[in-house]
Design a protein around this ligand. Structure first.
Ligand code: C2E
Ligand code: SIN
Ligand code: SIN
Ligand code: FE
Ligand code: FE
Length: 410
């Protein structure tokens, strides 16, 4: 495939991905492959700043056991003092699509306005050298962010400058990425709007909670699916659907009255019965007019995230539209709870992610628990509340889980 065909195909591939985080991952992966770069980062424009949103670094990832790069999210002002800021500013101010091709960021000429911030290198022990930096601009000529590729390599792996013949390609690349990113941002903002609607009702249902439960679920799923021998392709496809579905697991709480939802103390048995309806009320929202795999997964997660592996959860085998037991599943006037593998795996995973987050956080009815106590509780519940294989997956990706907790602190 020549380089141009590659870009055409890339546009197709990227457009299939609706999930923002996954898309950032894909864009960097493809760009690094295309330009044979060791590392790269994507900044997204948020108001007047650039938010450092995603990064990959092959060298550092190899050095670490887990292979996942743990990094923090921060933002920088859009001005000419930083490399990414400069590229963004040139576009906003002069409409210039600047491609910065820097052979060595440590020997920038003194007369340039921008400086390389060495603090990342100092912390990580990495040596950033060559850089190729472009603005990400959408179809309506708006700046979305900045793409930064780091340390081009030759065939032997030696770091070299990016070739000037790369420059036109990276602009095409950035264009494809920006269009896909915008679409994903739109999907995400629709989901977040939906969550905000729920948040108006439920004071604990903050964006951080939602992001955490989504991100935890994806980590656990990846680990679990590998254990079970799923193909990498299958895993990739399901990840983005699961993240979004997990984020909306509690939207059914919009159907619960404030007196119950915001009650500072313990719920009575009767109130708790009403609370349980948030599962099928949520599922109903997505099943009214299911249009996509996301709708199906979201309904599945909403409906099943409070079932228990041992069959003592809720709401059981109900019809989401009525809340009543499905034919043949009535037991003592109520629906028989699902158990074991009757519970769809997305439900089993979000159940654990949700409880981990609930225990680790403050709620109107409880204080946050220390981590040790949370982990003990989860371990104790393997085979009871939780699928033991999901608990195993959780513990194998605990480092990534902790990083997410740090990243989305309230
Ligand atoms: P949530 O706050 O997001 O909690 C999700 C799940 O985390 C709970 O599902 C439960 O499985 C677990 N969890 C939360 N706190 C504790 C705890 O202190 N100990 C243990 N062992 N597990 C905990 P659950 O119980 O089905 O509750 C569903 C939702 O109902 C909760 O979502 C919350 O919104 C509400 N809720 C539950 N109990 C109370 C309560 O006593 N008071 C109030 N105001 N709301 C409650
Ligand atoms: C979440 O939905 O992400 C946690 C908050 C909750 O479960 O109420
Ligand atoms: C999957 O497609 O593997 C998840 C569906 C389910 O929840 O069973
Ligand atoms: Fe819930
Ligand atoms: Fe929840």
């Amino acid at each position: 495939m020549d380089r141009f065909q590659y870009i055409i195909k890339l546009i197709d591939d990227l457009n299939e991905i609706q999930d923002l985080d996954l898309l950032l991952e894909k864009i960097l992966e493809k760009a690094r492959l295309f330009f044979n770069a060791d590392a790269g980062s994507i900044y997204l424009k948020e108001g007047e700043r650039l938010k450092f949103s995603y990064t990959q670094n092959e060298t550092l990832q190899k050095r670490q056991k887990s292979g996942k790069l743990i990094y923090s999210v921060f933002s920088i002002p859009i001005d000419e003092n930083s490399i990414a800021g400069y590229v963004a500013k040139r576009y906003l101010k002069y409409n210039e699509k600047t491609v910065l091709n820097i052979p060595d960021v440590y020997s920038l000429p003194e007369d340039l306005p921008y400086r390389f911030d060495r603090s990342f290198d100092e912390k990580s022990g990495y040596r950033t050298k060559s850089m190729l930096v472009v603005p990400l601009i959408n179809n309506r000529d708006e700046l979305i962010g900045v793409l930064q590729l780091i340390n081009a390599r030759d065939e032997t792996g030696k770091v070299i400058p990016f070739s000037s013949s790369d420059e036109p390609y990276i602009l095409n690349f950035a264009k494809a990425a920006a269009i896909a990113l915008e679409k994903a941002q739109l999907t995400r903002s629709l989901i977040l709007r939906m969550i905000n609607m729920a948040a108006l009702r439920d004071p604990e249902e903050t964006a951080e909670h939602v992001n955490r439960v989504g991100a935890y679920s994806v980590e656990i799923f990846e680990e679990w699916a590998r254990m079970k021998g799923y193909s990498e392709d299958e895993i990739e496809k399901k990840k983005s659907i699961l993240r979004m579905a997990a984020m909306v697991h509690d939207v059914g709480k919009v159907g619960i009255s404030d007196t119950i939802l915001k009650k500072p103390g313990k719920l009575t048995a009767e109130e708790f019965e009403i609370m349980k309806a948030h599962t099928y009320l949520g599922a109903r929202l997505f099943l009214q007019d299911p249009k996509s795999e996301f709708d199906i997964a979201a309904a599945e997660v909403a409906l099943n995230h409070h079932e228990r592996w041992d069959g003592k959860g809720y709401p059981g085998h109900v019809d989401p539209f009525t809340g009543k037991p499905l034919p043949g599943y009535e037991e003592k006037g109520r629906a028989r709870p699902k158990k074991g593998e009757e519970i769809p795996v997305f439900g089993r995973i979000v159940a654990l992610a949700d409880v981990y987050d609930a225990l680790s956080s403050k709620r109107c009815y409880k204080e946050p628990w220390p981590e040790e106590k949370v982990l003990k509780e989860i371990e104790k519940n393997a085979g009871r509340q939780f699928d033991p294989s999901v608990v195993e997956a959780f513990f194998s990706c605990l480092d990534a889980i902790r990083a997410i907790k740090e990243r989305y602190k309230n």
